[in-house]
Design a protein around this ligand. Structure first.
Ligand code: UD1
Length: 424
């Protein structure tokens, strides 16, 4: 297995380019299943484990895929299966994104239930509810979601989401774009990755109004075509790199971003005392002599993202004073907390709130976590921990960060990837 070995003491400095977004790439790739016509070319697809898993799923379904230099080409003219198997879905929950497109195109699909994940139960009831509203009969059989269209085609419907869900909004969109008549999605997710999916579907020929709002109106069309498209940047990767600058007292510019997508995160950095400047698509952060504590609550976009909460906790271990961190999306997403404490942080949990007592001097040791963002948090902590920190099981990071150690090294970090063996 791979581990990252980090020696502290380096202030990060320099300029780094943001990669393409994982969380928009996955639904966009799924949406290519909607059209049998031609070959899609999608640029700025990050080369990540999750993307590779999704490509495997597409190939399993029968699509022809080529992926080189962040450009993905997909032709799904000759699909041969309508089933997403357990072996692939269990590796990546986002495989559920094939539910809407396969149902819309073939009138029947079977998708393995994804199960829980490292930070608690993650139900798919809203995905199923949306398919049922659009006229499908859904049964759960032997661990699979089996969805069948009643009649010849899905029918437009009013779908009110009781809570904001990125995945369920994406699936509902992909199912609705070729349904008969009008679909209205109320309380649709506002995340930029959903806006990106809407733009992609629109380019394919879909008719979606009010993109970028919580009420999306979709007029079903008869067919969609293959197109060329540029994926958006990864706001969480950019936020993590800025966090690396802030925690080391450095000064870093991330280029190729859409700064508005990071609004709440940049606000939090400013409150912590960082100087944040924006010039076109570049965001620069200059860390202060001393970080100030900032309380954050993770909620749906445009508020502070749950996917930046763990990295924020690492940062707050170095702030002068106490701060609280609450996650309203995943109440118990605190896997990183005991590992940060093993590095010397002093963080307590009270009623699903993390109370971070800062500043604490961290000292490196071997750490690991069971999810992607928790691992990113440990890398940030390793950048300031005295001596050497080893972040084990880097495959979690590889699911969502493209060459993180190369990007951090280019900014001056002392970080290397090494092989190690785990005892079983
Ligand atoms: C996506 C992101 C993930 C991010 C999350 C929240 C991808 C591939 N993943 O995950 O990185 O952390 O958004 O921003 O884009 N829920 C239900 N029933 C459902 C679906 C969701 O109760 O059927 C709940 C979830 O448990 C959670 C909340 O809704 O509490 C939001 O989850 P959701 O936005 O759906 O997350 P994902 O799309 O799975």
């Amino acid at each position: 297995m791979d581990k990252l070995v980090i020696r502290s003491g380096k202030k990060l400095n320099g300029t780094v380019a943001a990669s393409g977004s994982k969380n928009s790439a996955l639904p966009v790739i799924a949406a290519t299943l909607l059209s049998p016509d031609g070959t899609f070319s999608i640029n700025r697809i990050p080369d990540l484990k999750d993307v590779r898993t999704f490509i495997q799923l597409l190939e399993y379904l029968g699509a022809a895929v080529s992926f080189k230099n962040n450009r993905l080409e997909v032709c799904s003219s000759n699909l041969k299966s309508i089933e997403a198997p357990y072996e692939l879905v269990k590796q990546m929950r986002a495989s559920i994104y094939v539910l809407g497109p396969l149902l819309a195109r073939f009138g029947h699909t079977r998708v393995s239930l994804p199960g829980g994940c490292a930070f608690g139960p993650r139900p798919v009831d809203l995905h199923i509810m949306a398919m049922e509203k659009l006229g499908a009969t859904v049964t759960i059989e032997q661990g699979f979601i089996d969805a069948k269209v009643n009649g010849s085609r899905l029918r437009g419907a009013q779908i009110d989401f009781p809570i904001s869900s990125v995945g369920a909004t994406g699936n509902a969109l992909m199912a609705a774009v070729t349904a008969e008549g009008t679909t209205v999605l109320e309380n649709a997710a506002l995340e930029p990755e959903i806006e990106c999916l809407c733009q992609f579907l629109q380019k394919m020929g879909a008719n979606i109004s009010d993109i970028g709002t919580t009420k999306l109106v979709i007029e079903g069309v008869d067919q969609l075509k293959a197109v060329e498209f540029d994926n958006i940047f990864d706001r969480i990767e950019a936020g993590t790199l800025l966090g690396a600058a802030a925690i080391t007292g450095g000064s870093v510019t991330v280029t190729g971003t859409v700064p508005e997508h990071l609004g709440s995160v940049l606000d939090a950095f400013r409150q912590a005392g960082c100087a944040v400047t924006i010039e076109g698509d570049a965001i620069s952060l200059d860390a202060p002599e001393e970080l100030q504590p900032v309380d954050i609550t993770a909620r749906p976009y445009p508020e502070f993202p749950t996917d930046m909460q763990a990295q924020w906790m690492a940062l707050m271990t170095q702030a002068r004073g106490d701060s609280t961190i609450i996650d309203r999306i995943y109440l118990e997403r605190f896997n990183h907390l005991p590992e940060l404490n093993r590095l010397g942080a002093h963080i307590e949990i009270r009623d699903n709130q993390a109370l971070v007592h800062g500043p604490q001097e961290l000292t490196g040791t071997k750490v690991m976590s069971t999810d992607l963002r928790a691992s990113a948090c440990l890398v940030l902590a390793g950048l300031v921990a005295k001596e050497t920190t080893e972040v084990l099981r880097v495959y979690h990071l590889d699911r969502g960060y493209e060459s993180i150690e190369k990007k951090l090294s280019a900014l001056g970090a002392d970080i290397t990837r090494e092989k190690y063996q785990e005892f079983s």
